[in-house]
Design a binder for this molecule. Structure first.
Ligand code: 5GP
Length: 204
C-alpha cells in the first residue's frame, strides 16, 4: 500500500484555517492530527477534539519522551504535533492534515520532504483584522500580537509550495483538495504504478 502524506496547512491567525480544515474533512477523505498545547481552551473547545490541553510540565515531558514530531512557541503558548497518530496514519496510507504555524511547518518539511505545504491567507490584512475582532475570542492586546506575528510569518509565506486565498470557503477547500490530488498524480509519486503497468504490458 502507498504511504499517506502529510498536508501542512498554515496561515495567518484569523485567515479561517480552522474552518477550512473542518470543511475539508467533512467533504474529503483526510485524517486530522490533533495538537497538544499549553493554551487554555477557548469557550466550546473540547479536550481531545480541538487540542490536547496540557500544563507546561506535561508538554515538556512530551518533548522529553520524543512524543512530538515538532513543536513551537506561538505568542504565549507551546504547540506540538503528537508523533504516534501521525506515524500510524501515514503507515496506514492516510493523508494527514497538520494545521500548524510556520516554524513547525519548516521543521516538518525538513523531516518529511514529500510533505505538501499550503499557506492559507485572507485577501488582505483589513479582512484579517476584522475576522480576529469579530471572532471575539482574544483580547485587543493578543489580537495586536497576532497581527504582528502575521507580519513576521509573511516573510515565510514564500517557503510554502502553495498559497490559497480564503475568500469563498468552498472554493478554498476545493483548491486545497485539488493541490493534494494533483500532487498524487506527479509521476515521481507514481513510480510503483509505472513499474506495475510496464510489467503487465510485457506480459500481454
Ligand atoms: P490557536 O491558538 O489560534 O488555536 O493556534 C495558534 C497557532 O498555533 C496557529 O497558527 C496554529 O496553526 C498553530 N498550531 C496549532 N497546533 C500546532 C502544532 O502542533 N504545532 C505548531 N508548530 N503549531 C501549531
Amino acid at each position: 500500500m502507498n504511504k499517506g502524506r502529510l498536508i501542512v496547512i498554515s496561515g495567518f491567525s484569523g485567515a479561517g484555517k480552522g474552518t477550512v480544515v473542518k470543511r475539508l474533512i467533512e467533504k474529503y477523505d483526510y485524517s486530522l492530527s490533533i495538537s497538544a498545547t499549553t493554551r487554555k481552551p477557548r469557550e466550546g473547545e473540547v479536550d481531545g477534539k480541538d487540542y490536547y490541553f496540557k500544563t507546561e510540565a506535561e508538554f515538556k515531558s512530551l518533548i522529553d519522551y520524543n512524543g512530538l514530531i515538532e513543536w513551537a512557541q506561538y505568542v504565549e503558548n507551546f504547540y506540538g504535533t503528537p508523533r504516534k497518530f501521525v506515524e500510524d496514519e501515514i503507515a496506514a496510507g492516510k493523508n494527514v492534515i497538520l494545521e500548524i504555524e510556520v516554524q513547525g511547518a519548516m521543521n516538518i518539511k525538513a523531516q518529511y520532504p514529500n510533505a505538501i505545504l499550503i499557506f492559507i491567507t485572507t485577501k488582505d490584512i483589513d479582512t484579517l483584522r476584522d475576522r480576529l475582532v469579530s471572532r471575539g475570542t482574544e483580547t485587543p492586546e493578543v489580537i495586536e500580537k497576532r497581527i504582528k506575528r502575521a507580519a513576521e510569518e509573511a516573510s515565510s509565506m514564500e517557503q510554502y509550495e502553495f498559497i490559497v486565498v480564503n475568500d469563498d470557503l468552498e472554493t478554498c477547500v476545493d483548491a486545497v483538495n485539488s493541490v493534494v490530488v494533483s500532487e498524487a498524480c506527479r509521476k515521481e509519486n507514481c513510480t510503483q504504478f509505472l513499474i506495475d503497468i510496464k510489467k503487465q504490458l510485457e506480459e500481454v
